[in-house]
Ligand binder design. Structure first.
Ligand code: HBI
Ligand code: FE
Length: 283
């Protein structure tokens, strides 16, 4: 088992350049203008309580003083993606690993590895919500258990379609809460306003069988009504469900099933356009 302490590094907050703080401010201002009315209220409350800084990349030591006092979570710096077991161990200990680097000014909208803007701006505000905070810890514990069983890829789908790309049905309409959406200007608009993707009520066992795309907007988003729904995905014999999902066939990211509770049936036009363009380029 990898020792998470081998991956945790000093944030070296003093080491950020003025240009790096400026990248944060640009991204922050874009999202702060876009999110009201589009993100769940709990996220905006978290942003305010943490004052996830408009003025530059936050110093984790200061951020953690506040975060620890609210839910006992803290942010720790890591150099990039870390092994699954170390990732889960940290979550189980209420430590959220954040990349300490920030994207370059010429890649504001797309990057492959999670940077400090995705990790802190995207993930940390909801860690002030007690139910979401407990879910994240429980997910880490479930991950540690799943490692032995060879079913981790299925559990990762649950994280992907909730923590990273989840939508939330509120009395005022659909809102975003997944960090991958919240930290992306283009996907914030796409996930809510495009006619292309499907929006389907979250069903844990269905999601465990559903492949996802890491290179483009999602073709299907799954919708919850309350953060308690997330917590419940980890009960109901999760380990049995993971083994079953690993035996059964996978669904593609665009499949819509007869058993789905479909809130919005997407046209699929965005993904179809991308596929046609790729074919053209290859021909
Ligand atoms: N490491 N830094 C970092 N951030 C992640 O989100 C992450 C990781 N390692 C593994 C991992 N995620 C996945 O296994 C989970 O998404 C399931
Ligand atoms: Fe993330």
């Amino acid at each position: 088992m990898a020792d998470p302490r081998d991956f945790v590094i000093d944030q070296n907050w003093q080491g950020y350049s003025a240009a790096e703080h400026a990248v944060w401010r640009t991204l922050y201002r874009r999202q702060a203008a876009l999110l009201p009315g589009r993100v769940v209220p709990a996220f905006l409350e978290g942003m305010e309580r943490l004052s996830v800084a408009a003025d530059g990349i936050p110093d984790f030591r200061r951020l953690n003083e506040t975060l620890r006092s609210i839910t006992g979570w803290e942010v720790v710096a890591v150099p990039g993606l870390i092994p699954d077991d170390a990732f889960f161990r940290l979550l189980a200990d209420r430590k959220f690993p954040s990349g300490n680097f920030i994207r370059k000014p010429d890649e504001l909208d797309y990057l492959e590895e999670p940077d400090v803007f995705h990790d802190v701006f995207g993930h940390v505000p909801l860690l002030t919500n007690p139910v979401f905070a407990d879910f994240m810890q429980a997910y880490g514990e479930a991950g540690l258990k799943a490692e032995g069983g060879g079913v981790l890829s299925r559990l990762a789908r649950l994280y992907w379609y909730t923590v990273e790309f989840g939508l939330f049905q509120t009395a005022d309409g659909i809102r975003i809460y997944g960090a991958g959406i919240v930290s992306s200007r283009s996907e914030t608009v796409f996930a809510l306003e495009s006619n292309s993707p499907n929006r389907i009520r979250l069903d844990r066992d269905r999601v465990l069988r559903t492949n996802y795309r890491i290179d483009d907007f999602q073709e299907t988003y799954f919708v919850i009504d309350r953060f308690e729904d997330l917590f419940e995905t980890l009960g109901h014999d999760l380990e049995v469900a993971l083994r079953r999902a690993a035996r059964l066939s996978d669904y593609t990211p665009s499949d819509v099933l007869a058993s789905d509770d479909v809130l919005f049936r997407g046209s699929g036009a965005y993904a179809a356009g991308k596929r046609a363009a790729a074919k053209e380029a290859a021909a």
